[in-house]
Design a protein around this ligand. Structure first.
Ligand code: B12
Ligand code: SF4
Length: 642
């Protein structure tokens, strides 16, 4: 019988694996709906371990939106660790959902959220465990439709052979449209089989069906053209944009993890999109325009979410939360409302120029003054102009010092290494900055125990950003710069011991680069890596650079390209990029001009506060920037006593 629980066969295996709790489901606010009489069954997957996947905001939203529909149900599935995967294979137990432990194979749709490309091998593992053919062309109408979503879906070409379609942009409305199409096709007796279903899906706004687009290559390895193979599919696929976030106040009842997870607090997304224009930031570019949730909308989501979860901390999330036009008011009113309770508020990393101590004081009114995180991203003022994240060294030091003077003792600073035009000197300035921050901080606070942690990530150029043409720095370059930086920080031990340095070597970034800007030819590399045991590539203990480079060499050489071709090679203006037929709304010419501006160290302002500079998004999507002030307050809610 379809949808029958695998739990009786799974349970004996759980006693033999690590952290079995992650597979049992039944979390607070999880849903299990009856299988029969439901038109469309969705399995929603985050292709990483439960501890990373469960708190993912995007998937939590879609889970709830779908389950609210009477004709749909959604259950969750996560990547299983290799210990359980081996036992499942040995015992013939397929990939299952954690909600009702149903076989993923039985669902109509398998929706996979790709926030990062490093989840691709876990997709293949899940398909194989589920008994779903790896290649979309080998599936028939009894198999689930495999749908990719999330930010990486803006270039799904490396996984084009494995997915049936990709949804570009916001999912809230798109999943409803996909449900309608699948329901109608099933109800009509599945006319035309899988091909017809996919053709119908390709006509839904934001849905891209790779099999209906043929890619040809030119003599030097670059793409010659991407052409439609059917006249009834769009030449370019546009993205979906939810315009009124208040109409979509999800998750209303967030899931509370059973096992330890990376993010144990409630999150309320206070706006979507960002127009600060940081040139490295794919999330900012592809989610334009800015759409703020209103102050009343935020207030009721916080209230409802806390009641539904029992959490004592609320993160006010977005790509740059201190930029919400009414953040001061939001923070003050929430702090008033929860004064005297255990409820704490937090913002994720803050732009240095958006930080203000009144806001920080409001957020920590309930006594928590743990750590503050700033993301200057570039070490020198020059490189900050290149990436369009302009803040002067003086302002940076002054801001961090203010934080120390106001009682914070731990400050985290995020940087990137390997940015376009970067030299060793730019990176060495990170050390100077950190030293200065500690010196000034000790002086201002009168304390010796203040700490500053410098966290550094290797820069990976991403599609749909001005840096999509840039040469990625090699792993050797990154490793060399990190080495000299470490030496510089440790040069003076009296200061150096107050500075922590956190970084990864440059190798995983190279593979992320291959997967981010790859085309369909990269699919065979992913498949080979998976066949040779590649899983959980986001985890350093599972990631094997050698496995990836060997697979890339073997699979790409016959095609006349290689790993460097996809990563450390700078692209020219006329090159057809693998994602050119996927429309994030950004005008390619604007992106190119912005890339040229980066090279000449010219900045661009935030169009929230300055006139539009025609990036293309608003006219292409028929959207517009939406910011307050609404003039409304968080109330009419009364103070919640807890
Ligand atoms: C902004 C951001 C943050 C912010 C805010 C997070 C948030 N709003 O959820 C902050 C700073 C708090 C944060 C914290 C963390 N983050 Co973060 N974060 C991001 C980032 C850049 C964007 C996420 C976002 O905007 N979410 C908002 C939601 C609403 O959007 P969404 O998930 O994209 O989903 C929408 C659409 O994309 C679409 N969609 C998504 N999936 C699907 C699937 C289908 C089938 C369909 C149809 C549609 C669809 O519909 C959704 C609703 O519209 C992502 C990278 C990325 N490009 O996605 C990393 C990312 C998700 N974060 C990551 C990490 C590691 C973390 C932390 C663990 C860091 C830490 N050590 O503390 C924490 C954990 C937080 C958590 N909730 O899980 C990693 C996850 C790595 C992994 N292995 O999967 C990522 C991928 C970054 C990276 N490359 O390393 N993060
Ligand atoms: S079109 Fe103009 S207003 Fe809209 S996001 Fe682009 S620059 Fe900003």
């Amino acid at each position: 019988m379809s949808g029958e629980s695998l739990y009786p066969r799974l349970e004996p295996l759980l006693a033999q694996v690590q952290k079995p709790i992650q597979y049992v489901g039944g979390e607070l606010n999880a849903r299990v709906k009856a299988w029969d009489d439901i038109a469309v069954h969705w399995a929603l997957m985050y292709p990483d371990a439960y501890e990373v996947g469960l708190p993912n905001q995007g998937l939590m939203i879609l889970y709830e939106v779908l389950n609210e529909r009477p004709d749909a149900l959604a259950e969750r599935t996560y990547a299983v660790w290799p210990d359980l995967a081996a036992l499942m294979r040995a015992n013939g137990v397929g990939q299952f959902t954690v909600d009702a432990h149903r076989p993923v194979r039985d669902f109509d749709v398998l929706g996979v959220s790709f926030a990062t490309e490093l989840g691709y091998t876990n997709l293949l593992e899940a398909l194989d465990l589920a008994g779903i053919p790896l290649h979309a062309v080998d599936r028939d109408e009894t198999h689930p439709v495999v749908v990719a979503g999330g930010h990486a879906a803006f270039n799904p070409e490396p996984i084009a052979d494995f997915v049936d379609c990709a949804v570009l942009g916001d999912g809230e409305q798109a999943v409803g449209d996909v449900t309608d199409v699948v329901a109608a096709w099933k109800q009509q007796g599945r006319p035309g089989g899988r091909e017809e279903l996919l053709a119908r899906l390709s006509r839904v706004d934001g849905v891209y069906v790779p099999r209906f687009y043929a890619v040809s290559y030119g003599p030097r390895g670059a793409i010659a053209a991407v052409t439609r193979t059917r006249a009834d599919v769009p030449a370019r696929v546009g993205k979906r944009t939810v315009m009124d976030l208040d109409e979509w106040p999800y998750p209303k009842t967030p899931l509370v993890p059973l096992a330890e997870s990376v993010h144990e607090r409630m999150s309320v997304e206070i706006f979507r999109g960002c127009t600060r224009g940081c040139r490295f930031c794919q999330a900012g570019m592809i989610t334009r325009p800015v759409r703020e949730r209103t102050i009343t909308g935020i207030g009721s989501m916080v209230d409802q979410g806390l009641r539904a979860t029992g959490y004592e901390e609320v993160g006010l999330l977005s790509l740059s939360s201190a930029d919400h036009s009414e953040i001061g008011q939001v923070a003050k009113e929430l702090a008033d409302r929860y004064e005297g309770t255990n409820t704490g508020l937090s913002l994720p990393s803050t732009r240095v120029d958006a930080f203000n101590v009144t806001l920080a004081n409001e957020l920590s009114r309930n006594g928590r003054r743990s750590g503050l995180t700033f993301a200057p991203e570039g070490g020198s003022e020059r490189i900050r102009r290149v990436i369009n994240k302009t803040v002067s060294k003086e302002d940076l030091v002054a801001t961090v010092t203010t934080a120390y003077a106001n009682g914070w003792t731990q400050v985290k600073l995020y940087f990137m290494c390997g940015l376009p035009t970067e030299t060793d000197e730019d990176v060495l300035e990170i050390a100077e900055l950190a030293v200065e921050v500690i010196r000034a901080g000790r002086e201002a606070s009168g304390r010796k125990d203040i700490r500053c942690t410098v966290s550094i990530g290797g820069f990976v150029p991403k599609p749909h950003t001005p840096f999509q043409w840039a040469a990625q720095a090699s792993a050797e370059t990154i490793d060399h710069r990190l080495r000299v930086l470490r030496q510089a920080i440790n040069a003076d031990r009296r200061i150096g011991r107050s500075i922590g340095l956190r970084y990864h070597d440059g190798k995983p970034g190279v593979i992320e680069g291959l997967l981010s800007r790859g085309d369909r030819r990269v699919g065979r590399v992913i498949e080979r890596v998976w066949r040779e045991g590649g899983r959980f590539d986001g985890w350093s203990e599972h990631f094997s650079f050698e496995r990836w480079t060997a697979a890339a060499a073997a699979e790409l050489a016959p095609l006349g390209v290689d790993l460097d071709w996809f990563t450390t090679r700078e692209r020219t203006q006329d090159e057809v990029l693998p994602w050119d037929h996927l429309d994030s709304g950004l005008d390619k010419e604007w992106l190119w001009d912005d890339w040229q501006d980066a090279l000449s160290e010219e900045e661009v302002a935030d169009c929230r506060w300055t006139p539009c500079y025609d990036c293309g998004v608003c006219p292409t999507n028929g959207t517009e920037i939406q910011i307050g002030p609404t003039g409304r307050s968080l109330l009419p809610l009364t103070v919640v006593g807890r």
